[in-house]
Design a protein around this ligand. Structure first.
Ligand code: GAL
Length: 429
């Protein structure tokens, strides 16, 4: 404990000399001996079995350092409910120590003067800049100041297939749209729910992201990131909605409102053939004791094999009273340790937020995810997920959600959905 206190004292002193004033607060003050037995209050939406198991890795890590954990779970995959609660907490002057926040939502908090903490004390001492990829730092830092600690990198252009159900269709994982449809048709003919789906806007948007990407990286960039009206309103987007309509025909009647992990359970138990979902779903397979290649098969959505539609879970650290800042810094430091980054992500189904963590403890799907991310980072294959707030700000994301889920639920025809997408994005800009 003494060593840790001295470390923080040294770091705090070192940073005081050269930390420039900026819109975020100055780095945390040197901790007192007792303060490291502090507490962190953490707001998040990790309420599924595997998410809870992954979070326990962090809780136990901190408790081993004398830092206790006050849990503030707000259920609802994708985090919209959690962000509503966070806004209430901050506006009432009652900020948590840290909150799970995605992508552009982090940038929104950074712009609010004094809302977020300054983590440069620990980030500079531990050299985060040299190990965290630019794609994440774009969200973790504001005006050169670290304001969030990235826990992982998830990607969402995956399909999780029940191995037995796939074998019953001939055993060949699809590598094209046409092959995907053949496998879905065969699974349906075998009496299964071919496509397990949770009827929530963010989950429909995950499928939408993958279908858009499958029509080309350039098309994904121009429509989801550049918000180019010609891409949003063009022939390719009409094909996207046609394919969404086709996928809708493989979903069971009780999909509305279903949580993502319940849909994952349908595939795990063999009641459904496959799920198009981010690799948090893999966490549920692992938690259920399932093994890749034996019990399930992980593939990139056909046509997106050379792209990674990514999102990173980051803990934004908020400005809190000085006495709690050492515990907050301890949490940020714990998150970025390579050993934790491996242990946590093996359970969570994601990959480390640091590029220097070995894939030793990851299964074959995890190893593939790490290799895909490293390759995509090098050759422009990395694209922020629209569904998870890494392609555009919340207003645009929510505007697209409304059209995508409206179409999936039969409110809009394919042609009308294209028109509505252009209108909705223009209105949200
Ligand atoms: C994402 C989050 C993942 C997982 C998923 C389902 O937004 O980044 O960690 O929680 O939601 O809830």
């Amino acid at each position: 404990m003494k060593l840790l206190t001295l470390l923080f004292a040294a770091l705090a002193l070192a940073s005081c000399d050269n930390t420039s004033k900026d819109s975020t607060n100055t780095p945390a003050a040197a901790p007192q001996e007792s303060s490291l037995s502090g507490n962190v209050e953490v707001l998040h939406w990790w309420t599924s079995g595997s998410e809870g198991a992954a979070l326990n890795v962090l809780k136990e890590d901190l408790e081993s350092q004398g830092v206790t954990w006050s849990d503030m779970p707000v259920s609802g995959g994708g985090g919209d409910s959690a962000m509503t609660v966070l806004r209430t907490r901050i506006t009432s002057g009652n900020a948590p120590t840290a909150a799970q926040v995605l992508g552009y939502d982090i940038k929104d908090w950074a712009k609010i003067n004094g809302a977020v903490a300054n983590l440069n004390t620990i980030a500079n001492a531990e050299n985060w800049d040299s190990v965290v990829p630019e794609a994440l730092k774009n969200f973790s830092k504001h005006n050169g100041v670290w304001i969030a600690a990235p826990v992982n990198v998830h990607s969402s252009n995956w399909i999780w297939i029940n191995k037995e159900a796939l074998d019953a269709t001939g055993g060949r994982a699809p590598t094209s749209w046409d092959e995907l449809i053949l496998v879905l048709d065969a699974m349906k003919a075998n009496g299964l729910t071919a496509l397990a789906h949770g009827g929530q806007a963010w989950q429909e948007a995950v499928i939408f992201d993958a279908v858009v990407m499958s029509l080309g990286k350039g098309f994904y960039k121009s429509s989801m990131i550049d918000l180019d009206t010609r891409a949003l309103g063009g022939a390719k987007m009409l094909e996207v909605f046609r394919r969404m309509e086709t996928l809708r025909s493989y979903v069971d009647d009780n999909f509305s409102g279903r949580d993502w992990n319940i849909a994952s359970g349908m595939v795990i138990e063999g009641k459904a053939g496959m799920q198009i979902q981010g690799d948090w779903a893999k966490g549920e397979f692992v938690k259920a004791g399932k093994k890749p290649e034996e019990d399930f098969v992980c593939i990139r959505f056909p046509g997106t094999e050379d792209a990674v539609v990514f999102l990173a879970d980051q803990f934004v650290m908020f400005d809190i009273k000085d006495s709690d800042k050492p515990a907050q810094l301890a949490m940020a430091s714990a998150i970025m340790k390579p050993k934790f980054q491996s242990a946590f992500n093996v359970v969570k189904g994601s990959v480390p937020a640091r590029l220097d963590v070995a894939d030793t403890d990851f299964d074959s799907c995890g190893k593939k995810a790490i290799a895909d991310f490293a390759k995509a980072s090098k050759n422009n294959g990395l694209f922020g997920s629209l569904a998870h707030g890494h392609a555009a700000p919340a207003a645009i994301k929510n505007a697209m959600y409304d059209v995508i889920t409206g179409h999936f639920n039969g409110v809009y025809s394919n042609e009308e959905a294209v028109k509505q997408l252009v209108i909705a994005v223009a209105a949200a800009k």
